[in-house]
Design a protein around this ligand. Sequence first.
Ligand SMILES: *Cc1c(COP(=O)(O)O)cnc(C)c1O
Ligand code: SF4
Length: 526
Amino acid sequence: MTSIKTVSTEDIPPLDSYTEELIAELQKPVAKVSISADEKGEILALYRRADNENLTGPIISLFGRLLDLQREGKGCSDDFGISGDELRQLAVKHQQIDEHMVSVGGRVARALPIAGEANSRVEEYLAEKDQAAPSGIEKWEQIQENISRIKKELKMSDDDWNSFQGQIRHAIDSVSTLSKLIDLPKDVLESIARVTKSYRMRLTPYYTSLIMPGVINDPVMLQSVPTGEMIENAGIEIPPVAADHSPARLIDQFYPRVLTIKATNMCAMYCTHCLRLAHIGRKDHVYSREAYNEALDYIRNNEQVRDVLVTGGDAFVLPNSMLRWLLEELDKIDHVKIKRLGTRIPVTAPMRVDTELLDILEESSDKKPIRVVTQINTAQEITPVSRDAFRQLSKRTFTVLNQAVLLKGINDSRVKMWKLCETIQEAYVRPYYIFNCSYRNPQFSHFRVPLAVGRDIVESMYGNISGDAIPRYIATAGGKIPLHRSNVVRREGDDYILRKPWSGEEAEYPDADPEVYAEDLFAFNK
Ligand SMILES: *Cc1c(COP(=O)(O)O)cnc(C)c1O
Ligand code: SF4
């Protein structure tokens, strides 16, 4: 077989072993050459591009394709009229073009298969995510249909729909109204009627529009419409730990530097898995300024407190005037450096996030940082509307963090949780915590997920989604206790053996030398 081009062997500098091995494989004769005219033409075209263009891509394509054809037993490089020296010359050219002098052998035989293997780890996710866990952005068309149906049924004007007051005024708190908006079987409606005698139900019309018609166990409906299990599971409640941790009116304190003010017991929507079930109670209460002042006095008098979380209920239920006053009072306290507002309203009634509220938040955040802490449990809760609310909040405050609750059937799979974390990150929200569903309220034991499942879900994110989209997995048991799996497997001599979360592969990790660590720091004090 004649060569395409003659090159003199002396011109070629030595190549690395990956490249020599690759070229040897490409040259290995096959049992029976069976090259089609198309394949021959394809290789010739690739060779010409590789030879003529000053790019790495065509060289990689040629080597990659030749490797495929050799491995398929169709023919080796010589069968295409390409000699070993011609391959070597292209390999040298590749190395000279590449900024990091990566060899063609390294790239084709090592890097590309490694990247391919990494890609295979997310294949299932990419194939399933939009079906198994659609976002409200992907479902927007259906949601818009739901909105017009609900608006008509509840006789809501556009102004009603687009205002927080309108959403609250038309909130759905009876089975009869619910049954007009969502198609549910009779026995389910009866069961809801039974449950709502003991537990509060309230859905904003907006949140109701996120429920997908005809979907059994829709994850938004499961979070907002109480089911029979809540009564069946009701047993002896373990009193909230907060009872032992409330040093002052409205205050919960587990930690020296951080505490919460439960500024209201109201929420725009009541979650079926609410940890604060006892606090929420059955009725809305409006708190007095005296009550807030007692809480503020406790903070004023405790100088170690630097981070104050205003929660509830839902902090955004507070009227703007009250929120402004509370933030101003907190800003006046020298030792308070950070304020957090706990709210689900950006996903349950995003219309609340209007210019007036944003101005109040920005004004206070300019004095000392404000973080908004929210709760989003499914990608379905992110719509163009809630995404815009989060975009504005994140622009006007320091950051928006998410505390998801791990819930059976709602977000207890890798695909659903990865999708949630990626979707909220794209909606300007940082995944912060994933809480294991509390054991204290037997009413929602049917939502609980075993720790091993939760650990697997969180662990599976490492190396597969952006690091800053990975939340911390937490148990609440008299404070927040991390549930992460340890990737420090054992110690071997001076090394630790670590585990890569994405592959289970072990890696040796030399520890810092304890003798060097014990020495005085650097040369200045020697
Ligand atoms: C969650 C919580 C905090 C805040 O904990 P971080 O880990 O700082 O987010 C503080 N106090 C109470 C009572 C809490 O429940
Ligand atoms: S928003 Fe929070 S406090 Fe309100 S019902 Fe849901 S979980 Fe409970």
